[in-house]
Design a protein around this ligand. Structure first.
Ligand code: PAF
Length: 286
């Protein structure tokens, strides 16, 4: 596996691979990898000749009071994991190269960027879209892989690709969970043992919502209230939001239907975790 740090090297490597007829799969990450990331890597490896993974903790998607400085970083560990998966290129640019002095160009997906996580993290999706567009431009992948744990992010990026006519397809893959149901996240590492246990309230409440919906409950307000009540009973949890929204526009829905996204963000202690479920046929959630 090559580890490339400069944009020029990265562009040249993709150009060389393309000149030999290779197709390119891309997995953008902020590192501190887990099985969720590796599931995206495996999807790319099974389809594309060249798999590129970026590890870049993107400063522009963190708010001033957020965890940019403390976000877990371990490039040696990430590189070892990616090497084992047979990744071709690990791209690890410097922040100063991605955002040189005087940098002033940002991408906004109006309408979608301020909903759900965007409401409590102003500017977050502007930072995500900007860095992802820059990475797409540098790597020019055929397909880019994202996890559905960040469902809102995937919806915003899919809209960006459509709106800007980008030649890349966004492939959104299922949430990968720990054995006890907690959605994998690099931020789980912040949780102490009591918080780790308390964090299970996210999946417990989503699964409970699934049983209410499967039993015929279709009133979004009732489902949201039920989830809020369950989470409210967990002393270490503080709700940021619980919403049932349409997956196309992220607007709140009154009636739960196939495709409704039930999304949560909950602070467990100081750690903000997100999780979600999509309502499928017969009210099953996945
Ligand atoms: O999902 C993430 O890890 C980040 O938001 C992404 C897509 C790598 C952009 O920094």
């Amino acid at each position: 596996m090559k580890i490339l740090a400069t944009i020029a090297e990265m562009k040249a490597a993709v150009r060389a691979a393309r000149s030999q007829g290779q197709t390119v799969g891309f997995v953008p990450t902020m590192g501190f990898l887990h099985e969720g990331h590796l599931s995206l890597v495996r999807a790319s490896k099974s389809t594309f000749g060249l798999t590129v993974v970026s590890v870049f903790v993107n400063p522009t998607q963190f708010g001033p009071q957020e965890d940019f400085k403390t976000y877990p970083r371990d490039l040696a560990r990430d590189a070892a994991m990616l090497e084992k998966e047979g990744v071709d290129i690990l791209f690890n640019p410097e922040a100063g190269a991605m955002y040189p002095p005087g940098y002033g160009t940002y991408v906004e997906v109006q309408g979608l960027q301020d909903r759900l996580c965007g409401a409590s993290r102003p500017g977050h999706f502007r930072g995500v879209c900007t860095v992802v567009l820059k990475l797409f431009e540098i790597i020019r992948p055929d397909v880019a892989y994202f996890g559905r744990k960040d469902a809102h992010q995937a919806i915003v990026l899919t809209r960006m690709v459509r709106d800007l006519n980008l030649d890349v397809r966004i492939d959104v893959r299922p949430i990968v969970r720990e054995a006890d149901g907690l959605a994998m996240s690099s931020r789980n590492t912040y949780l102490n043992p009591a918080e780790r246990q308390a964090a299970l309230v996210l999946i417990r409440s989503l699964r409970a919502a699934g049983t209410w919906i499967a039993a015929g409950e279709r009133r979004a307000a009732a489902v949201v209230a039920g989830i809020r009540e369950m989470i409210g009973r967990e002393p270490l949890a503080r709700i940021d939001y619980v919403e049932a929204v349409g997956a196309a526009d992220l607007g709140p829905v009154e009636t739960i239907e196939d495709g409704t996204l039930i999304a949560l963000a909950v602070f467990i202690g100081k750690t903000r975790l997100i999780d979600n479920a999509v309502v499928g046929p017969e009210g099953k959630i996945w």
